[in-house]
Design a protein around this ligand. Structure first.
Ligand code: NAD
Length: 271
């Protein structure tokens, strides 16, 4: 008789008996892109409250240094603002390096920055199509890739993409073919990287529904009314309603969760 086959089961991580401690983020360093407002800012506040140190990335905001100081003061953690256009790989690399230099490590990359399409599939100018792909899809990948290199070296890490319910269903009534396709791509990118990187990082996405932020805020009253009518909960969400979803994925509360898309959409995609 040959030797008994070796088990291929990997050991489980060390766990706390306290569910509250599983959500504790003390000692962890998080980058969040699109951090100067909307979902990004509220998620940054949520993770900071749980104890994480935060690198708050912004694109064009003049307020981000102030916002970083506010979070640091409110929660007693280290928070620093960094300017970065996520569609430019060299900027993503340089600012990630700066974060590791300033904070000493990186544990979680939240690729949250995004823009909507301007027009539908036939009417979008090609330059606008490319800009959405460059930010919403390539930019998200650049952030994951640069962080993934660090995570591979340190043997641990966590990537969270902000996808969208538009990655699951065509976003109506707006015509958003490029945006929808990019967000669907991001959901599948998370699943693919989750499998490729399983030895050193967890990779997940969050798919928000209609959230009351700058992206949706400029839309016409009639459009919003139609959105509400299409959402089983008949309302949009405050961005604070997303904080716990990101905290779950970023923390040790989700040690067995990878390749998951966490939908937070008031039931929109159930229809
Ligand atoms: P928002 O406009 O407040 O946030 C988008 C952020 O992306 C902004 O901070 C902006 O500065 C940043 N950004 C834009 N171009 C950039 C670039 N080239 N480089 C770096 N940053 C750039 O709106 P939000 O709702 O908070 O959006 C955050 C994410 O949530 C986006 O990816 C968006 O697609 C997604 N989302 C939003 C909703 C919604 O209804 N608000 C729904 C589903 C998904």
């Amino acid at each position: 008789m040959g030797a008994a086959p070796q088990s291929i089961r990997w050991p489980a991580p060390e766990l706390s008996d306290s569910v509250f401690k599983m959500f504790d983020m003390h000692g962890k360093v998080v980058i969040i892109t699109g951090g100067s407002g909307g979902i990004g800012y509220e998620v940054a506040r949520g993770l900071a409250e749980a104890g994480a140190d935060i690198a708050l990335w912004y694109y064009k905001s003049t307020q981000c240094e102030k916002l970083a100081a506010t979070i640091a003061k409110d929660f007693g953690v280290k928070v620093k603002a960094y300017q970065c256009d996520v569609s430019v790989f060299d900027q993503v690399q340089a600012q990630t390096d700066a974060v590791v230099k300033d904070f000493g490590r990186l544990d979680v990359m939240i690729a949250n920055a995004g823009i909507p399409s301007k027009k539908g599939g036939l009417d979008d100018k090609l330059e606008d199509w490319h800009r959405v792909v460059d930010i919403d899809f390539s930019g998200a990948y650049f952030c994951a890739r640069v962080a993934g290199e660090i995570f591979r070296k340190q043997g641990s890490g966590n990537v969270i993409f902000t996808a969208s319910m538009s990655g699951h269903a065509a976003n109506v009534p707006q015509e958003q073919a490029c945006y929808n396709a990019c967000k669907a791509g991001v959901i599948h990118l998370a699943k693919s990287l989750a499998v490729e990187w399983v030895k050193f990082a967890r990779v997940n996405s969050v798919s928000p529904g209609y959230i009351d932020t700058a992206i949706s805020g400029d839309c016409a009253f009639e459009m919003k009314e139609e959105w509400y009518s299409l959402t089983p909960m008949k309302r949009d969400a405050d961005p604070r309603e997303l904080k716990a979803a990101y905290l779950y994925l970023a923390s040790n509360a989700s040690t067995y969760t990878t390749g998951c898309d966490l939908v937070v959409d008031g039931g929109y995609t159930c229809r």
